[in-house]
Design a protein around this ligand. Sequence first.
Ligand code: AP5
Length: 192
Amino acid sequence: MPQKCKKVVITGVPGVGKTTVINGSMEALKELGVPYTSINFGTCMFEVACDQNLVSDRDEMRKLDQDVQRNLQKTAAQVIAKIQDNVIIDTHCTVSTPSGFLPGLPAWVLEELKPDIVVLVESNEDQILKRRLSDTTRTRDVEGYQSIKDHQNYNRYMAAAYSMLTGCTVKSIKNQDFLLENAINEMVTLLK
Ligand code: AP5
């Protein structure tokens, strides 16, 4: 019987380093001969949003009207659901918007993606703050230590809800300063 493709959703607050961990893990998985396609949910949404002339910068998306963001989410999920391979989906448990936290994986997105695992990439709030401040390529929201802590906590509650809805497992991986290799090793062990 052919093996089922694995769908792994990787989340983390902006600047926690999820894309850095994913890129390192993809290289290691390639060396091990374990096939994976990695896709960034935000990029997928951004491409659809650009086609519709809604935004010119990916950081503008979380300021769009809630219904518009929901439609973009659904379209991105439908595109990703078509991938017939082990897939890593780089996205958010929740998105901080002007009207509060928007679920990154509402029921209609989960129904399309059917994830096997939801990973929470986490780190110390002061390290996340420092990484955001030193990344000049992005228009990051200015947030303090407590606000980042609240967001990480809220993401944990939401991951538990996603697990209850789909039966997926939830795994936390710590990405601490100077210990990127540890995070990559843990991710590769989970994915191979
Ligand atoms: P997205 O592109 O995912 O943006 P983001 O959250 O800002 O994520 P980044 O990729 O910029 O941050 P990261 O955590 O991956 O950190 P990085 O590896 O770059 O999403 C864009 C937008 O799309 C969202 O804002 C939202 O609007 C929308 N979106 C996405 N998914 C959605 C969904 N499901 N529903 C609705 N909207 C959605 O690292 C940051 C820095 O830290 C780098 O400089 C790196 O070198 C450094 N660093 C990383 N790890 C370490 C380490 N261990 N030690 C030292 N430095 C480190």
